[in-house]
Design a protein around this ligand. Structure first.
Ligand SMILES: [Fe+2]
Ligand SMILES: [Fe+2]
Length: 354
């Protein structure tokens, strides 16, 4: 692992969870009064059907450890162990980020549609974060969630950005979990930790969370056209690029599963591109060689920034500034690549079919 120091104590875990780098999961605040004004009537039938699914709570018994779980946890080679810890910590942080945001919205609205949805989302994300945390506890580590909630920096996003970013992170979360699950289903000998067996039912929660935000956007069609398309394009690229860079800092993790980070990421992008056609009027052309070269360059640049950071001093600072400019230029070039237009389907809801 190249972007983090070794994680050996609970303090290291907290430092990692609290970090606000370009690629670390963040915590968000938003305009709760605006959230309270949302009108779900334009998608009433689909909305009510979705709330009924949440009410049914088909995963209520899923996030519990079985007896075999602890027995299956084994000692991993040191490098893989570190990358796996990094994976667990960033996964908890992003699960818990959703939990905190949804819970704040829930507390600050009276609109019954939004309040009901946010109550279900908080329930699910708190289960997810708590379940991963138990796996850190096997190694005598944990993220102190209340402490993280009070001490991590929050980024303010207006509701529009929350819709784009949260929708995408839920759907890409689904695509990530299901891709790992299917790979290990084909190669059970490569399942080096029992938590991966939980991913199939787990990712259906994330899929449904994404459906909720898709409906919220379809209820406000202006968010999906005109100048807002430029924002959608921006968030697609930002989310894909962040994931690509973060995953490439953990090559061993994917190799241990019999995957290459590149192969894994493009599988995830392909699934996410297909899903997002339900709501976004464009998709990124992930097979364009210039797109692939741009992402690879972003990763190289992020590595160079880390090296400059470690070097420190004036020279380190100057190098870091220069590489940061190169990173921005690469991101801008990626942003300007042609995209593929998409006509929104009349029937929006999708099933998790991967
Ligand atoms: Fe989750
Ligand atoms: Fe979620």
């Amino acid at each position: 692992m190249s972007t983090a120091d070794t994680i050996t104590s609970r303090d290291d875990v907290m430092q990692k969870a609290k970090a606000n780098t370009l690629i670390s999961p963040r915590f968000y605040k938003t305009d709760y009064a605006a959230m309270d004004q949302l009108d779900m009537n334009p998608v009433r039938a689909e909305w009510d059907a979705m709330l009924a699914e949440y009410e049914g709570d088909n995963n209520h018994d899923h996030f519990q450890r079985t007896e075999e779980f602890a027995k299956e946890v084994k000692q991993l080679p040191p490098e893989l162990h570190q990358e796996f810890l990094d994976f667990l910590i960033s996964s908890i942080t992003s699960e818990y980020s959703g939990c905190v945001l949804y819970n704040e919205i829930r507390k600050n609205v009276t609109n019954p549609d939004i309040k009901a949805l946010m109550t279900y989302l908080t329930r699910d994300e708190s289960r997810h974060a708590g379940f991963i945390n138990q796996s850190l506890k096997d190694y005598n580590l944990a993220v102190d969630l209340p402490n993280l909630k009070s001490s991590k920096a929050y980024t303010y996003f207006k509701p529009k950005y929350i819709f784009y970013a949260t929708y995408l992170s839920e759907k890409i979360g689904y695509a990530r979990y299901i891709t790992i699950y299917r790979q290990l289903e084909r190669h059970p000998d490569k399942r080096f930790h029992p938590i991966f067996r939980w991913f199939e039912r787990w990712c259906n929660d994330e899929f449904r969370h994404g459906e909720s935000f898709a409906l919220m956007m379809r209820a406000q069609p202006h968010l999906l056209r005109g100048a807002n398309v430029l924002w959608i394009r921006f968030f697609l690229l930002a989310v894909y690029a962040t994931m690509y860079v973060r995953d490439h800092t953990r090559p061993m993790l994917h190799e241990a599963m019999g995957l290459h980070s590149d192969e894994y990421d493009y599988d995830v992008f392909r699934i996410t591109n297909t899903i997002t056609k339900q709501v976004f009027p464009l998709t990124l052309d992930i097979d364009n060689p210039a797109f692939r070269a741009g992402l690879a360059r972003l990763f190289k640049i992020s590595q160079a920034v880390e090296r400059a950071k470690a070097q420190g001093g004036v020279i380190g600072f100057v190098k870091r500034a220069a590489w940061s400019v190169a990173g921005l230029a690469t991101f801008a070039r990626l942003y300007l690549l042609p995209t593929m237009p998409n006509e929104l389907p009349a029937q929006m809801r999708m099933q998790p079919a991967w």
